[in-house]
Design a protein around this ligand. Structure first.
Ligand code: GTP
Ligand code: MG
Length: 148
């Protein structure tokens, strides 16, 4: 099984969507193996979004992401990275299918309420960046009913 880093952004926290977003992943069958609230510094966010440093929207993105606490989560399960991205929807909420998190709860690309790792390699980097203390490992009693 695979792990992905999912983050509820400051607007998702402010809008009271934490429970709904986590519930979708739990209901799908993904297992929480790390979770915390954190108020990231701009410096930390510049590391998280280092690949986007040359984009015109980068300074605004860093300010938005540092504007309040976020919920940092690691979910584990089958094909977690790709499935997690599909559950979030497209980067632009208006292009996200109804039924996806951004398609149901957001409108603007610069306020798209959640983040998801875009590859297994990014997931590993992001998990190390956000959880340097390490993550947990536990066996769910549902596993025999989720997986054949
Ligand atoms: P993340 O899961 O947050 O990484 O989003 P993503 O992988 O769907 O998109 P990407 O990594 O390319 O961009 C990171 C974030 O930057 C997006 O989620 C948006 O919040 C923001 N962003 C991306 N493109 C634009 C843009 O054209 N304008 C603005 N204002 N923000 C953008
Ligand atoms: Mg991205």
């Amino acid at each position: 099984t695979e792990r992905t880093y999912i983050m509820i952004k400051p607007d998702g926290v402010q809008r009271g969507l934490v429970g709904k977003i986590i519930a979708r992943f739990e209901e799908r069958g993904f297992k929480i193996v790390a979770l915390k609230m954190a108020h990231p510094t701009e410096d930390h966010l510049r590391k998280h979004y280092a690949d986007l440093a040359n984009k015109p929207f980068f300074p605004g993105l860093v300010k938005y992401m540092a504007s309040g606490p976020v919920i940092a989560i690691v979910f584990e399960g089958l094909d977690a990275v790709k499935t997690g991205r599909a559950m979030l929807g497209a980067t632009n909420p208006l292009a996200s299918p109804i039924g996806s998190i951004r398609g149901d709860f957001a409108l603007a690309v610069g306020r798209n309420i959640c983040h998801g790792s875009d590859s297994v390699e990014s997931a590993n980097k992001e998990i190390d960046l956000w959880f340097p203390e390490g993550i947990t490992s536990w066996k769910s009693v549902y596993e025999g009913w989720l997986y054949e």
